[in-house]
Design a protein around this ligand. Structure first.
Ligand code: NAD
Ligand code: MLT
Length: 310
């Protein structure tokens, strides 16, 4: 059985695969689309993170592929219907990076509130600008959580400990679950009307693509701060740019972008936008966890054992 790994994953996962008799593992990152289409023909399993685009063309070129394993949560870079049609399993490691993504969301919220990236750059540039970087506190503020799943739930619990009120929107969860987490389940409109901070934690699917755009920004409180550590495309970047420029949105903290890397994005020019290069899941712990889970999923698929599909 041959496994192709096309995005960097932790060595722990690779070791598990290599220890399995009869399994050959090849790690080939930074493949072009054409190279992947050529290579995939020989492989029984493909392991990816968010960079590799597993399009219908790639799936059509596969001749022996049994499983596509995503070492993480989001499968928006995989054409799942095309894989399913061909009988290829799409598996992920949904619980492996929940805490990493939650902690990154909170880190971004604090960094934005206290201007930490900007102040760090200023001081390292030889300046001492104390009054320029006046911040705001999160205690007593209202946080809107859109998508109260694994990550949204963990963010909620921690935000409550920090003295925030949490309003949540998720059409697939119950008021009881929200209450247990410390949030009140409500409408998007109430979140837009009342939230001082809004953080999104939904998958990128047709119903969430650009779910926050100009009409939604118009409904928000002036001075709202926006966090996206879920997926680029949930928030309409062009609309966000205008809302930031007009002052409606006081700041944005973005880990993910409609195009990654976001080369040439005007959002990068704004002083009140802080960014990280899709680092939400990038902790040692999370990467060991997702790599281990996905290696086990692939081995299960080879052995005909149950695999948790995405
Ligand atoms: P999850 O499936 O546990 O939670 C997603 C929640 O979104 C679910 O509760 C679902 O009911 C809800 N939802 C679906 N459609 C919705 C809609 N239209 N409006 C509001 N809520 C909706 O997933 P998760 O593990 O919490 O991950 C959330 C997101 O974070 C995913 O997009 C994932 O890819 C992303 N993620 C990013 C990073 C990163 O590196 N930045 C790391 C991990 C996960
Ligand atoms: C995910 O959906 O799990 C994230 O994009 C994390 C990653 O970078 O793999």
């Amino acid at each position: 059985m041959k496994v192709l790994i096309t995005d960097p994953i932790s060595d722990e996962g690779i070791k598990i695969l290599k220890a399995e008799p009869g399994v050959q593992v090849d790690v080939e990152t930074k493949l072009t689309k054409e190279q992947l289409i050529e290579k995939i023909k020989d492989y029984d399993a493909l392991i990816i993170r968010s960079e590799t685009q597993v399009t219908k063309e790639v799936i059509d070129a596969a001749q022996h592929l049994k499983i596509i394993g995503r070492a993480g949560v989001g499968i928006d870079n995989v054409d799942v219907p095309a894989a399913t049609e061909k009988g290829i399993i799409v598996a992920n490691a949904p619980e492996g990076n929940t805490i990493a993504a939650c902690e990154h969301t909170l880190a971004m919220m604090f960094a934005m509130s206290r201007n930490i990236p900007q102040a760090n750059a200023s001081l390292k540039g030889g300046k001492w600008e104390r009054s320029k970087f006046m911040g705001v506190e999160v205690m007593g503020k209202t946080l809107g959580v859109i998508g109260l799943g694994r990550i949204g739930g963990e963010v909620t619990k921690r935000a409550r400990c920090m003295g925030m009120e949490v309003l949540a929107y998720d059409p697939f969860t119950t008021p009881e679950r929200a209450k247990d987490l410390g949030a009140r389940l409500t409408t998007l409109d109430e979140i837009y009307e009342k939230a001082d901070y809004i953080t999104v934690h939904t998958p990128l699917i047709p119903s969430t693509r650009h779910m926050i755009s100009t009409p939604q920004f118009e409904k928000m409180k002036k001075g709202v701060r926006i966090i996206n550590c879920a997926r680029g495309g949930i928030i309409d970047e062009a609309a966000l740019l205008e809302a930031l420029k007009s002052g409606k949105v006081a700041g944005a903290a973005l880990d993910v972008f409609e195009k990654e890397p976001p080369v040439g994005s005007p959002l990068l020019e704004l002083p009140n936008v802080i960014v990280t290069p899709h680092l939400g899941a990038s902790t040692k712990e999370a990467q060991i966890s997702v790599a281990t889970i996905i290696a086990e999923q692939v081995i299960n698929a080879f052995k005909g054992l149950p695999v948790t599909t995405a």
